[in-house]
Design a protein around this ligand. Structure first.
Ligand SMILES: NC(=O)c1ccc[n+]([C@@H]2O[C@H](COP(=O)([O-])OP(=O)(O)OC[C@H]3O[C@@H](n4cnc5c(N)ncnc54)[C@H](O)[C@@H]3O)[C@@H](O)[C@H]2O)c1
Length: 334
């Protein structure tokens, strides 16, 4: 039985819990949240011990793996403590809000020898696997992605100074998929605005547009908004998260619901729901096989770097050359 400790019993903590409880080879034996009620509620559901201090949890529980589902600014200290104790780790994205800090986290994870996935869940989808297989070996010309949303429902994400803003926190998933399909990013030019919600108590951008060029020759436009209304989540006809990829004689359209494939003779819809990050993480830990992990921290940091470069570009008005941006901060390349 794999013993798991949960740090953070909010939205993502509960989402991961809902998948872990479907397995009979896993037990969530400890739950920690600074909001005691949340920890208690989840602990009661799964029969776990409750903590409000994660250090106390790590010191007192014999855990095989730990989930970090807390606000991004808490991730660096937690990763230090978890890797010091060599517990396998599920770490929610984004890693951190600073590239140098994220680089330290990467070193800690890699030196500890643990199995770790970062929470880029789309990478684990069967539809993404098939999309990449269909595009393999074909030069990509263009990627066009968007994520339309409302005010983020949790305060630490709604505030850009705590969550990093929507490109670092949310569009990061789409930029991550762009990297998988088109390779490493060469340059980033971003423009953000606060135009609809400027009279509200809202410390964030509500429109953002990021242009990327890739070393392999592709170009991408990734846009999004937080200007919309919260009811949009129930409007099932709205495709609010989309990634189109045009390669030679093929176009793919990824949405979280399905993959559409357009080729000269047919249009195919692939909507197999298979592929789940939590199940693969548990299986990888049980098999002690890091090869099963589809989002290693060394890869996640490259995606994070692109999003931080986008914030830098939006704030300075500059076109950011990725290698320079990384080297200036780390004295090395990723
Ligand atoms: N993979 C995804 O698609 C996805 C989606 C949403 C959020 N996230 C990420 O997941 C993380 C959590 O986001 P969320 O939406 O679940 O937030 P949330 O606010 O719903 O949950 C976070 C929980 O962590 C608790 N917490 C805060 N500090 C803590 C500490 N020091 N020790 C223990 N508990 C603490 C809070 O009380 C809260 O219950 C963030 O990094 C966010 O960016 C990922």
């Amino acid at each position: 039985m794999l013993k798991i400790g949960m740090i953070g019993a909010g939205r993502m903590g509960n989402l991961h819990k809902s998948k872990l409880v479907t397995r009979d080879d896993v037990a969530i034996t400890a739950v920690c949240d600074v909001i005691e009620d949340r920890a208690l509620r989840m602990a009661r559901e799964v029969g776990a011990k409750t903590y409000c201090d994660y250090i106390e949890m790590l010191d007192n529980e014999e855990l095989d793996a730990v989930y970090i589902n807390t606000p991004t600014i808490t991730h660096p200290e937690m990763v230090k403590e978890v890797t010091r104790r060599k517990k396998h780790l599920f770490l929610e994205k984004p890693l951190a809000l600073d590239l140098k800090v994220a680089f330290e986290m990467k070193k800690q994870v890699e030196e500890s020898g643990i199995i770790c996935t970062v929470g880029h869940m789309y990478r684990y989808r069967e539809t993404v696997r098939q999309m990449l297989q269909l595009l393999a070996g074909k030069p990509v010309a263009m990627l066009n992605a968007y994520w339309y949303w409302t005010i983020p429902p949790v305060p630490h994400i709604a505030d850009k100074d705590i969550g990093g803003g929507p490109v670092v926190d949310q569009i990061v998933h789409l930029i991550d998929l762009c990297r998988l399909a088109a390779g490493e990013v060469d340059t980033v030019k971003a423009s953000y605005t606060l135009n609809c919600r400027k009279d509200e108590d809202f410390n964030n951008w509500d429109g953002y547009a990021v242009n990327l060029t890739f070393k392999g020759g592709a170009v991408a436009s990734v846009t999004g908004t937080l200007a919309l209304y919260k009811e949009m989540g129930t409007q099932t006809f709205m495709e609010n998260i989309v990634l189109d990829i045009a390669a030679k004689d093929i176009m793919t359209r990824f949405t979280p619901k399905a993959l559409q494939v357009f080729t000269p003779n047919k249009v195919e819809i692939i909507d197999t729901p298979a592929g789940d990050i939590d199940h693969v993480f548990v299986d990888a830990v049980k098999a002690n096989d890091p090869g099963m992990i589809k989002c290693l921290i060394g890869d996640a940091i490259k995606t994070l770097a692109v999003t931080l470069a986008a914030n830098h570009s939006a704030q300075t008005g500059q076109i950011v050359k990725m290698d320079d941006f990384i080297y200036e901060r780390l004295n090395t390349l990723l």
